[in-house]
Write a new protein. Structure first.
Length: 523
């Protein structure tokens, strides 16, 4: 171990003569250009964090850097939103010039983000948008041909919403491709897909027929992550591969017939996220670890409360193996509008439960029903909003503006909820600035304190509300005596109250530690 000793009579240090500064001539003669001496590998690594245009600008740093960008394996073009056709033509000319000078023998990534193609209504009427898409197609194809020939690993193409660009067939037979993201592109496969190395695939705002979907999935034997966002045209997703770990579907096609239900069969999946505005039918997934049901259905095909309840209940039954479960506000409202006597939830295996709740549509008996169906629950997260969420399905108004605080207390009378014996952590986010919105929150806390003997931490967080909409600090402090005075609270219970600070970029934290004694310490 090192030891430091201090002497009471330290020896004075000898003063050294001050060195004479070198002259300007010596400084110039002995100066070292460290930037020019950087190895090529370091320079190219720096380029990987820049767009191609930014990498070219670095040629001003040193004479040695002037041609380094031509060997950059990370190629990235980005054009911001604009209506200027001259800027767009200059952008195309720039892409062509870079292509003619590019000497990279290996292409790690090719990224293209062209938002400038978004046209106004007048441009759409004059078909300028189509002409822009036609103009850029040969340039993109030339780059993709170069990238595929040089064993590209990552491709990302993001275009405008009404373009007519069609992906070239050569891209579907790229054996080195590891990651692919396409947005607003046309996909028409004339050849069998050959992506033996592809692990990540994201397709956005694109039409996909069932045949195209089957070809894509059959051509990706080691695919691990698959995301479909805003796509349409397909009705089935079937993946038998054991490599697929996560599936994200943001399906927004709205139809009125039962045949439009998207059917999903992924027996070996680990994570499933269902978003958007559509109906889903999922086969059982015994391997599932995480499930996110944060979608809604506004079509008249499920206008009846019983049909909606059956839809959500069936999904929960098929996904009951997930240890982390997210239930969105629409699904929760559906359960709230379903007669509790007709609701038969399965025994859920979730240890972490997240509920997106509208504060005026809490649906106490059905939250209790969900908790009762979660005997392994350890952590409960409630994302709340104080904004009323009323929506119409057919002629019915789903959503309640009234709330009876006794709804939480009545189910608990005369019984002990064994399902909450393992619950340790509760977090409530954005309870709302209105004290009336806190009534269901306090009733829920009362129910949890009454039935969760192992509850160690309660965190109430109003960060996301913003300073203007956040609840006043005194309202948060008013929660303290309510929790503190509860006769059944755990002696080791810790409560953390978080509130955004005014006039300061950082947020203040009101932290309250509750022990057996009635003293409360704020920090």
């Amino acid at each position: 171990m090192a030891r430091i000793e201090f002497s009471a009579n330290p020896t004075p240090l000898q003063k050294r003569p001050r060195p004479t500064p070198p002259s300007d001539q010596d400084e110039t003669r002995h100066s070292v250009d460290y930037i020019s001496d950087l190895p090529d590998a370091i320079i190219l690594h720096i380029f990987s964090f820049l767009t191609t245009k930014e990498a070219i600008k670095t040629s001003m740093l040193s004479r040695q850097w002037r041609s380094k960008w031509t060997a950059n394996p990370h190629i990235s073009f980005s054009m911001p939103f604009c209506y200027d056709s001259m800027k767009f033509q200059n952008f195309l000319a720039f892409m062509k010039e870079v292509r003619s000078r590019c000497t990279a023998v290996k292409v790690k990534s090719f990224l293209l983000d062209v938002a400038c193609l978004a046209s106004s209504s007048h441009q759409r009427r004059t078909h300028r948008g189509n002409r822009s898409a036609i103009a850029i197609a040969p340039v993109i194809n030339s780059w993709l041909q170069f990238a595929v020939r040089n064993n590209v690993e990552e491709v990302s193409i993001t275009l405008r919403d009404d373009n007519n660009y069609q992906l070239p067939q050569l891209l579907f037979r790229c054996p080195t491709l590891v990651s692919l993201h396409v947005c607003h592109c046309r996909i028409s496969m004339m050849v069998a897909v050959k992506w033996p190395s592809l692990k990540r695939l994201c397709i956005s705002d694109t039409a996909l027929m069932d045949d195209d979907m089957m070809r894509v999935l059959n051509g990706c034997p080691v695919l691990e992550f698959f995301e479909l966002k805003g796509c349409w045209g397909f009705k089935h997703i079937k993946v038998e591969s054991r490599f697929l770990r996560e599936l994200v579907i943001d399906y927004r096609e709205i139809r009125t017939d039962q045949a439009s239900i998207l059917k999903i069969s992924v027996p070996h999946l680990l994570k499933l996220r269902l978003l958007g505005d559509s109906m889903f039918k999922v086969d059982p997934i015994p391997s599932l670890v995480e499930a996110d049901l944060n979608f809604k259905v506004t079509t008249h095909a499920v206008a009846e409360a019983q049909a909606r309840g059956y839809l959500v209940e069936t999904l929960l039954r098929r996904l009951r193996h997930a240890t982390k479960l997210v239930i969105g506000s629409w699904c929760l409202e559906v359960l709230s509008s379903t007669d509790a006597r007709e609701l038969f939830l399965p025994s859920l295996e979730c240890r972490h439960l997240m509920l997106h709740v509208a504060a005026d549509n809490v649906g106490a008996p059905h939250i209790v029903k969900i908790l009762e169906s979660s005997p392994h629950l350890e952590k409960l997260f409630l994302q709340m909003t104080c904004t009323p969420t009323f929506w119409l399905v057919g002629d019915q108004n789903v959503g309640r503006s009234d709330f009876d605080a006794e709804e939480f207390r009545n189910p608990a009378k005369g019984r002990v909820y064994q399902c909450l014996m393992l619950l340790k952590n509760v977090e409530i986010v954005d309870p709302g600035a209105n004290w009336q919105a806190w009534e269901p929150v306090l009733s829920l806390l009362d129910f949890l304190l009454q039935n969760a003997p192992s509850l160690d931490k309660i965190e109430i967080n109003s960060y996301n509300s913003g300073v203007s909409k956040a609840v006043e600090p005194w309202v948060l402090l008013g929660v303290v005596p309510i929790i503190l005075s509860h006769p059944n609270r755990s002696p080791s219970l810790k409560a953390i109250l978080r509130h955004p600070s005014q006039g300061c970029p950082s947020s203040s934290v009101l932290k309250c530690d509750f022990y057996v004694s009635p003293d409360v310490v704020f920090s």
